[in-house]
Design a protein around this ligand. Structure first.
Ligand SMILES: Nc1nc2c(ncn2[C@@H]2O[C@H](COP(=O)(O)OP(=O)(O)OP(=O)(O)O)[C@@H](O)[C@H]2O)c(=O)[nH]1
Ligand SMILES: [Mg+2]
Length: 627
């Protein structure tokens, strides 16, 4: 399976690289697209690439199918057979692609040999019949070294050379010779020339051999140019009458001259130059004319298209006057009292120290209340802060209002300090009350601690120590006494009088009251009343002597309520039972804050220290209750 996949991946990578690395005819410049079409036949080229793409897809599909089969193969032998079949099919497909790949390789090599023509740079294009001296012209003009020979079609493809004109680099392209025949009869070599003539935005140097040593008559050569008129539309054409060293233009017959002059009817931009590539005569003139025409045409086209021609070719050589007159412009000064003239300003500057030492700033025109302020210097930044941020136009008004507010507040403050308000008095009184209450409470606690009913509050207050203390605190003893009375009535009215009640806790007192409330209506005139009183006393005694509280409280309850007093009153009976249950619940059940050992020894709980895994996590098998 691995081998099949590897083979598929390798084939896929290689074939996709071929497809992606070839230029896409639709996306390249029309010159190159047409050139590729002429040289390699666009359809053929596309079909070849399509075949490669199809084979890639087939190989992918074969690999996918066989991998699936290999997955479910039941024996190694079968696997081996399947692998063999898959690789065999892939190789067969690639073998069938042999011719296509060979063609594509040829194309690739040819493409790599093509000259590097920049379709956007300024170009001169040499065209004409074979053997007219195009390659010789090119060799003289540029640094190229193109083969020249005295027979037709010495040059079979495009050649590029470079030369400088007006500090710019131009390219010159030598094309193969063209014959005057219909387009479909032309061969690939001729078509290369036609394509470059049609697509390159260049100036055309059409060479005519006036000596006819090339083997073609002047008429044939003129007719060729006329036949190319449609292709060369809107292009500058320079007709170079070559080989003037052999045959002078004056030696040409009038008919032939007329024929040559008639060319101007077919072309918009046409010029004639006589030249000899052998001697070099007229060569520069031909070159310069072609270049000038192309530059002029480009400028014209740019102007027509609405683009600016500034900073374009040769604009830097253009009409800058040698001695420009640039008089100084003094703007009219308005709104000033005194009109400043150029002389007065220069005089003033000279007075102040001259140019470079003094310059008139904008502050000269400021309209200030005092003229001296004009030259006042103030820093823009002060202590790292921009002064402008702190400039406030309404600052004076704001300051005034703030000052007024401050004065008002000050007046109020003085007034409140001198004359205490009602609130102040109320506060003072409440503080005094609080102090009196604190003293009264203190006194009460001392009295409680003394445990003597005979001692009264007056005795305490009249002691020297207390008197002194109250004097220091500026408290009237009478006030403390009054407060003491109110506090004692609030907390425990029978505090001083009844010793028993004092000794009873609040909860006990409640309990007794409940019991008494329940029992008293029925047992007021019987012996039970006396027994209850007895039990209460017993309970109090028990508390005082330190007996257990629960037992004592249980003793308070009547032993047989159904037979004693509640027999004929089911409602009271039910109520009393409710009370009994309540009390039992409260005292028999150990409360939450009671210590554990107090409930019972047997109630002690010691948790079994089982391992954690028996309590938590997923059970792999069965239920938890088996453990
Ligand atoms: N006397 C003379 N001979 C020239 C002149 N220019 C070119 N020749 C000769 O003409 C012959 C052809 O020149 P080429 O430059 O190869 O012509 P071509 O136009 O490039 O020819 P193809 O490449 O075949 O299209 C050569 O033998 C040159 O020596 C010239 O100005 N005077
Ligand atoms: Mg040539």
């Amino acid at each position: 399976m691995r081998k099949v996949k590897f083979a598929q991946q390798t084939f896929h990578d290689k074939l996709s690289a071929i497809i992606t690395q070839f230029p896409k005819i639709e996306s390249i410049h029309p010159f190159y697209a047409d050139l590729a079409n002429v040289l390699y036949d666009k359809d053929h080229f596309k079909i070849a690439l399509g075949q490669v793409s199809n084979v890639t897809k087939f190989i992918d599909r074969i690999a996918k199918e066989y991998v699936k089969l290999l997955k479910y193969a039941d024996s190694p032998f079968k696997c081996k057979m399947l692998k063999k079949a898959a690789l065999g099919r892939m190789c067969t497909l690639v073998r069938k692609l042999k011719d296509t790949l060979a063609y594509l390789e040829e194309v690739r090599r040819h493409l790599s040999r093509l000259p590097n023509i920049n379709v956007f740079s300024k170009t001169l294009l040499l065209a004409g019949h074979p053997n007219v001296g195009k390659s010789t012209f090119m060799n003289v003009l540029s640094n190229a070294n193109v083969e020249t020979a005295n027979w037709a079609f010495t040059t079979r493809s495009l050649y590029v050379g470079h030369f400088d004109y007006q500090l710019e680099k131009w390219q010159v392209i030598d094309t193969p010779g063209i014959l005057d025949r219909p387009l479909n009869a032309r061969n690939t070599i001729e078509m290369t020339s036609i394509v470059s003539l049609a697509h390159l935005p260049a100036a055309i140097l059409f060479l005519i051999d006036i000596s006819t040593t090339c083997g073609y008559t002047i008429e044939e050569q003129v007719n060729l140019l006329i036949s190319l008129a449609a292709v060369l539309k809107n292009k500058p054409v320079v007709v170079v009458l070559n080989k003037i060293d052999i045959c002078k233009p004056s030696e040409i017959s009038q008919e032939e001259l007329n024929l040559i002059h008639s060319l101007s009817n077919y072309f918009e931009f046409l010029q004639f130059v006589g030249c000899s590539t052998k001697t070099g005569e007229g060569l520069d003139e031909a070159k310069n004319k072609a270049c000038e025409m192309l530059v002029a045409l480009r400028k014209r086209n740019k102007l027509l298209s609405g683009k600016s021609v500034v900073n374009t070719e040769s604009s830097y050589v253009s009409n800058v006057p040698t001695d420009p007159q640039r008089p100084a412009y003094i703007p009219p000064v308005e709104g000033t009292k005194q009109k400043l003239t150029l002389d007065s300003i220069s005089e003033y500057i000279n007075k102040q120290g001259g140019a470079g030492v003094f310059s008139i700033g904008a502050n000269e025109k400021w309209l200030l209340a005092n003229d001296e302020w004009k030259n006042d210097k103030f820093p823009e930044f002060f202590e790292g802060k921009n002064i402008y941020d702190f400039i406030d136009e309404d600052i004076c008004a704001k300051l005034e209002t703030l000052e007024k507010e401050e004065q008002e507040i000050e007046l109020l403050w003085n007034k409140s300090l001198n004359e205490p308000t009602e609130q102040w008095y109320a506060l003072k009184n409440s503080i005094y009350e609080m102090r009196v209450e604190a003293e009264a409470k203190r006194l009460l606690s001392i009295m409680k601690r003394s445990k003597s009913s005979a001692i009264n509050s007056r005795q305490f207050i009249d002691t020297s120590e207390f008197k002194k203390r109250l004097e220091e605190l500026d408290i009237e003893p009478e006030d403390v006494l009054k407060k003491l009375k109110t506090i004692s009535t609030d907390i425990d009215s029978d505090y001083v009088s009844d010793e028993d009640d004092y000794l009873m806790s609040n909860s006990d007192a409640e309990l007794n009251k409940e019991d008494i409330n329940v029992d008293v209506p029925q047992i007021s005139n019987s012996n039970n009343a006396q027994s209850l009183q007895k039990r209460i006393r017993k309970f109090k005694l028990a508390r005082r002597t330190g007996a257990k509280g629960i037992k004592a409280k249980l003793d308070l309850l009547p032993k047989d309520r159904k037979s004693k007093g509640f027999k004929n009153h089911p409602e009271l009976l039910a109520e009393s039972e409710k009370h009994v249950k309540k009390i039992q619940k409260r005292f028999v059940t150990p409360s939450s804050n009671q210590q554990k050992w107090q409930s019972h020894e047997s109630d002690r709980f010691i948790g079994t220290m089982k391992p954690k895994h028996l309590f938590s996590g997923k059970r792999s098998n069965g239920k938890t209750d088996r453990r």
